[in-house]
Design a binder for this molecule. Sequence first.
Ligand SMILES: [Zn+2]
Length: 212
Amino acid sequence: MAYPEAMARLLQELEKLPGIGPRTAERLAHHMVQGGRDGALALAAAIESVVSTVKPCSGCRHLTDRDPCPICSDASRDRRRILVVEQPRDLEALERAGWRGLYHVLHGSLRADGGGEPLALDALRRRLDRDAGADEILELVLGTDPDFEGDGTALEIAAMVRASRRPELPISRLARGVPTGSSIEYSNPAVLAEALAERRAIGRGQAAEDAP
Ligand SMILES: [Zn+2]
């Protein structure tokens, strides 16, 4: 079907979005063109605003409009313990469960075939290399999902740490209170709080005992 050029371009852009196929793209585009004018303009403005103001925090890579983000700049938090999560949504869930250390957001899992987002791992490596003195990191807690990809990601991070300048850094993994194959994001706060409290050391290091 031949659409005007502007419409064809919109369809092309919509189809690039995750989970949007040609049919959904067409339905959305028609909705914007016919009758949804105000909503469509508000959507365009919201997209423009988010891409120009929201960026990954230079500390933890959580999305923020203030760098460093409110969590990284909160002096009352335990800056020596870093909880690594796959997605910002996982951070929100663990925040509700009462974690009072800092975070590192991977924005995805690292795939076993070497895919995923290597940038996230690089940022974590640089963070471990950089931190020293009063803010020296004492524990890395791996809060990736208890599924195939999350476990693979945890192993990859552990290997990265062993090869870094901090090979003896204690690493722990959330306890198995979170059912295998489920996601952090949808686990209830009580389950997550228990998984945090009962986290166990992996590899050579030992989880420190005075953990929050
Ligand atoms: Zn941050």
